[in-house]
Design a binder for this molecule. Structure first.
Ligand code: FES
Length: 85
C-alpha cells in the first residue's frame, strides 16, 4: 500500500495492495483518462514529481520512466508518490 499525493489539488489518495492506482484515483473523483488499463497504451500517463514509482507497464522506455508513470498498472516503491494531478 502507498499514498498518492496530488500536488495540484493538495489531496491524498490511499492505494491498497489489491487495487490499482488508477482505480483509486477514479474512485476519488479525479479526472484522469484511461483506455487499455493494462499498461500498454500510455493514455493514463501521469507526471511524477516526488517519490519513486514501481514501473510495471510495457509502454514507457527506461528514459521516459524518469518523470512519469502509468497508474493503471504501476505502483510506488516509496510510501508516498507525489504526482502532478
Ligand atoms: Fe493504457 Fe494506462 S490506460 S497504459
Amino acid at each position: 500500500p502507498f499514498v498518492l499525493r496530488l500536488l495540484q489539488s493538495g489531496r491524498e489518495v490511499a492505494v491498497p495492495a489489491d487495487r490499482s492506482a488508477l482505480a483509486c484515483l477514479q474512485d476519488a473523483g479525479v479526472d484522469i483518462e484511461s483506455s487499455c488499463e493494462v499498461g500498454v497504451c500510455g493514455t493514463c500517463l501521469t507526471r511524477v514529481r516526488g517519490g519513486e514509482a514501481d514501473h510495471r507497464d510495457s509502454y514507457l522506455t527506461t528514459a521516459e520512466r524518469a518523470g512519469c508513470f502509468l497508474p493503471c498498472v504501476s505502483r510506488a516503491r516509496t510510501l508516498v508518490l507525489e504526482i502532478d494531478l
